[in-house]
Design a protein around this ligand. Structure first.
Ligand SMILES: [Cu+2]
Length: 144
């Protein structure tokens, strides 16, 4: 059975992200919003990424218990979880044995988990405007 969520419309509009002057968050944020039976999701991001925080909030609003971890270099994490080269974004997450790269909509993650897809993860490369955390309702995630 094949899975493809939506086509990536990416790269059209890259928004500047990560240069926020927001105060540094604690290295490990508190877990919030434990609702339902969604598995915890660990989000690796850099301390200065503001759109990453917006995405974390998006996940929490969707009911995921989120642990946000600030790291200096996401490269080794992307490598470990298997994000394909050239498809990286500003944050990398792990949930239920899958990786989630970039501004993937929470609904896509829920679908991935519910369907136990054989994918390694979901990816929205770069930072397309329109994806969660990047202002705008519609987003898209592609199973790979
Ligand atoms: Cu971003």
């Amino acid at each position: 059975m094949h899975k493809s969520f939506a086509v990536i419309s990416a790269l059209l509009a890259l928004a500047a992200c990560g240069q926020s002057a927001a105060p540094p968050a604690s290295a490990v944020s508190e877990t919030a919003n434990v609702r339902g039976d969604l598995p915890p999701i660990t989000v690796y991001k850099t301390a200065t990424c503001s759109c990453c925080k917006a995405w974390v909030n998006h996940l929490r609003e969707a009911g995921f218990p989120v642990e946000a971890r600030d790291v200096a270099n996401l490269g080794p994490i992307k490598e470990r979880v298997g994000v394909p080269h050239g498809m990286g974004s500003c944050h990398t997450a792990e949930v239920g044995g899958y990786f989630v790269e970039g501004h993937v909509p929470a609904e896509d993650i829920k679908r991935l988990l519910a369907q136990h897809q054989s994918a390694k993860g979901l990816v929205v490369p770069a930072m397309p405007v329109g994806s969660p955390g990047m202002e705008h309702p519609s987003g898209q995630g592609t199973a790979i």
